[in-house]
Design a protein around this ligand. Structure first.
Ligand SMILES: NC(=O)c1ccc[n+]([C@@H]2O[C@H](COP(=O)([O-])OP(=O)(O)OC[C@H]3O[C@@H](n4cnc5c(N)ncnc54)[C@H](OP(=O)(O)O)[C@@H]3O)[C@@H](O)[C@H]2O)c1
Length: 223
């Protein structure tokens, strides 16, 4: 057991975020949680992000577990013909800009001189190389933008935090409120299993892998 190493879960009210908090606590970590519904943390408002993240850290693990597929009642598009300005802007705001605002604080959230992992929950559907069926254009492209944000930030953070690993992770298809209307007959895993998988991946990551995009088994996902 890692005695009282600190972990920060951003989006701890979500299905995967809550399960990560429980799993980290069971492994002996001291877990700090931030969420919109409990703390009034609004990922899309830079003042709210700054207020909740200033004067925090350093953490051994940080996870951004926020995200949304359906925003303001707008479902993911079946086809590009359904695209609206609002749906695309909302997707980018929550799934790309929000995590980028959090990453502004990565330098102080992570220790400068110790091994640490900062994981951002992305999605395999954000992979351009793996896109074979189209659909969900706003969510897909917001997650693709998120992957570029993680990659860019990882290169910059490595200059001052040489042992830090910053990655985008695909959690698998997980049974949460996020997916309940969309999985159909697609097999899902419980959030507890997803959290265990993600923690195991974080524990195995090497510094050389910073800036990468990995799934819940630790396999690299194509950009
Ligand atoms: N579930 C899956 O199968 C799956 C698959 C691939 C990728 N992912 C990714 O994994 C992440 C977590 O998914 P999940 O299934 O755990 O979703 P979830 O249960 O719907 O949780 C979403 C979380 O995001 C937070 N959130 C949304 N908008 C926010 C905002 N503007 N400000 C602050 N917090 C905000 C929610 O906060 P409140 O509830 O407090 O409002 C909640 O904590 C997402 O990034 C998703 O894209 C999930």
């Amino acid at each position: 057991m890692r005695s009282m190493e600190q972990v920060l879960i951003i989006g701890a009210s979500g299905g995967i975020g809550a399960a990560l908090s429980v799993e980290f606590a069971e492994k002996g970590y001291s877990v700090d949680e931030i969420s919109r519904s409990v703390d009034g943390f609004d990922l899309t408002d830079d003042r709210s992000v700054a207020k909740h993240l200033e004067d925090r850290g350093p953490y051994h693990r940080v996870v951004i577990a926020t995200g949304a597929l359906e925003i303001s009642g707008i479902s993911p598009e079946k086809t590009v013909k359904n695209l609206t300005t609002q749906s695309m802007v909302d997707q980018f705001t929550v799934n790309a800009v929000g995590p980028a605002l959090v990453l502004r604080h990565a330098h102080t959230l992570l220790p400068r001189d110790k091994a640490c992992v900062f994981a951002v929950l992305s999605a395999r559907v954000g992979s351009i190389g793996d896109n074979r069926i189209g659909g969900w254009i706003s969510y897909r492209s917001a997650k693709a933008a998120l992957n570029q944000i993680v990659r860019t930030a990882s290169i910059e953070i490595a200059r001052s935090h040489r042992k830090a690993v910053l990655v985008a992770l695909h959690p698998g298809t997980v049974a949460t409120s996020f997916t309940e209307k969309y999985v159909d007959r697609h097999p899902t895993v419980p959030a507890k299993i997803a959290a265990r998988n993600l923690i195991a991946v974080m524990d195995r990551l090497e510094v050389a892998e910073t800036g990468g995009f990995f799934d819940y088994t630790g396999a690299q996902v194509p950009w």
